[in-house]
Structures are given as structure tokens and as C-alpha cells.
Design a protein around this ligand. Structure first.
Ligand code: ZN
Ligand code: ZN
Length: 128
């Protein structure tokens, strides 16, 4: 049972990791995964764990009550800001240069040091 879960967890993580520029609902993930042996309830359970561990970012999708999930590499994400689409929940990683520019500008004008985990909100190109 344990190895079975580990296998599914890895498959789930692999899927999110190779599609890390997008955010998915559980339904979409279960449908898109070639491993058709993962059930929706298993996916939910594993995903909750991945969110707790900080490997996956969870957002509410627009005004709906469903969640979307996206893989986040915390090590790689150190030192840059993110923009989150308030409609589809997709998280976009800003370049280090752009992040530094924004942070420096704000610091210059307000003396505030923006926390690098700050997430800016907006609408992505697909949702405009
Ligand atoms: Zn990032
Ligand atoms: Zn969007």
C-alpha cells in the first residue's frame, strides 16, 4: 500500500513538474495523466500533502469554488517575485532582474523592503 502511494505521488509530482508553467484542477490532472490508475480521491489526498510540504501551490480558481494546483520549486523561486492570475490561478515567475528592479524602485520611493515571497495579483494573457 505504501509503495503504491509513493508511486502515485511521484507520478503526480512528475506531471506537475513537467507542466510547471500551468495550473490545473484535480479533474484536469487526473484526466491528463497517462497513469490512469490514480483516482480523484487519491489525487486529492496526495495533493493536500504536497501543498503542506510546500511543493505545490494551491489557489482558488476565479470566483469558483474549485482549486487549481501548480508546481513550485522553492529553491529556484528564492529571490524573485511572482504574479498570480486571479482568474485561472496560474503563477508566473518574474525574472530576477525584473524582481530586483521592482523591489529597488519600491525601496527607493517608500523605504519598504518587499518580501521576496510577495505575490502580485493580476490577470494573465489568456484570461484578459
Ligand atoms: Zn518562482
Ligand atoms: Zn489566467
Amino acid at each position: 500500500m505504501k509503495t503504491y502511494n509513493t508511486h502515485q505521488r511521484k507520478a503526480l509530482l512528475d506531471f506537475l513538474q513537467s507542466n510547471s508553467e500551468k495550473a490545473f484542477t484535480i479533474e484536469e490532472i487526473v484526466c491528463s495523466m497517462s497513469e490512469d490508475d490514480i483516482s480523484q480521491s487519491t489525487a486529492y489526498r496526495l495533493m493536500t500533502k504536497l501543498v503542506e510540504e510546500g511543493l505545490v501551490h494551491r489557489t482558488v480558481k476565479g470566483n469558483s469554488r474549485s482549486f487549481v494546483y501548480q508546481f513550485i520549486n522553492n529553491e529556484k523561486c528564492e529571490g524573485h517575485l511572482h504574479i498570480k492570475c486571479t482568474d485561472c490561478g496560474k503563477v508566473y515567475h518574474l525574472d530576477h532582474d525584473v524582481s530586483a528592479l521592482i523591489q529597488n524602485d519600491i525601496k527607493k520611493n517608500t523605504a519598504f523592503e518587499i518580501d521576496s515571497h510577495t505575490v502580485l495579483l493580476g490577470k494573465c494573457g489568456d484570461c484578459k
